[in-house]
Ligand binder design. Structure first.
Ligand SMILES: C[S@@+](CC[C@H](N)C(=O)[O-])C[C@H]1O[C@@H](n2cnc3c(N)ncnc32)[C@H](O)[C@@H]1O
Length: 264
């Protein structure tokens, strides 16, 4: 299978590393999505090894450690800046690992539970990711995933399309493809939920500042070169105004929650 790479991992890691100090203050939506994922975890499991993939500032890694005090809990992230930030702020019992989710540094069948909230949308090779999950999960082990679908930020994507032809918003993979890749790797689905959340903003700059603060702004190879000029931003604001509703400017997020297990 040929994988068309849209962005460099170094650029993704640098963007999230820079965002580490501002992430938590701007990440209410990410908190809510991760909390819903956390609530999907079955209550009758007692994992010995837990990995939070794309752990960011470590909020959910700590929650996992508190929920499973007997377990060795590890936060794994590509961005060194996120790992430094998390290591300085959380329980000493947590372990932090710098690695790529498509190439996990764990032995075969060594992990009981993977948790990953809002990191999978940064993967451009789902078969590699799910093959790694299948390889490293203990038989009967679980993975809980939250990720984003193609409708996410469509207002911003379409507004930019009307301004220039460049990619300004990440392209998100449809849920059917995510589910098919997981099944292909040999994982069985236990739960699948899809929903849309619409955020509201008074002004477009509130949304763009938020995306920058969480490190999720544009790092695609096909992005417009150089800085975005004033004229273009003015056109973008005018273009986005077409979506304005009485309660503000909407920004749609299409969210998937997925619980899978490796057959025992
Ligand atoms: C939107 S943040 C989510 C952080 C945290 N899970 C949360 O819910 O607050 C996405 C995280 O995924 C990490 N990430 C992106 N690509 C990755 C990869 N290939 N391997 C591991 N982590 C990655 C980023 O560095 C970032 O910390």
């Amino acid at each position: 299978m040929t994988v068309k790479v849209q962005r460099s991992k170094l650029a993704v890691a640098e963007s999230f590393s820079r965002a580490a100090p501002s992430y938590d203050s701007a990440a209410q939506l990410q908190r809510d999505i991760g909390t819903e994922l956390f609530n999907l975890l079955p209550s009758n499991v007692a994992p010995q090894t837990v990995v939070d993939i794309g752990s960011g500032t470590g909020f959910f890694s700590e929650k996992l450690q508190l929920a499973y005090p007997q377990a060795l809990v590890c936060g794994l992230d590509l961005a060194q800046g996120m790992l430094h930030y998390a290591r300085a702020r959380h329980e000493k019992s947590l372990t932090w690992v710098g690695a790529d989710m498509e190439c996990l540094p764990f032995a075969d069948a060594s992990i009981n539970l993977f948790f990953s909230s809002l990191a999978l949308q940064w993967s451009e090779d789902l078969p590699a990711f799910f093959a790694e999950i299948h390889r490293t999960l203990y038989p009967g082990g679980l993975i809980a995933l939250a990720t984003l679908g193609p409708n996410t930020l469509f207002e911003l994507r379409d507004s930019w399309q009307r301004v220039d032809g460049f990619t300004h918003v990440n392209q998100f993979i449809h849920g059917d493809k995510v589910r098919a890749a997981a099944a292909q790797a040999g994982l069985r689905e236990r739960c699948w939920i899809s929903a849309e959340k619409i955020m509201r903003y008074d002004a477009l700059r509130e949304l763009t500042h938020e995306l920058k603060a969480i490190g999720a702004h544009n790092v695609n190879r096909a992005r417009a070169p150089g800085l975005t000029g004033r004229e273009k931003l003015k056109k973008l604001r005018a273009s986005y105004e077409l979506y304005r509703q009485p309660d503000g400017l909407p920004a749609t997020y299409e969210i998937y929650w997925l619980l899978l297990h490796k057959p025992g």
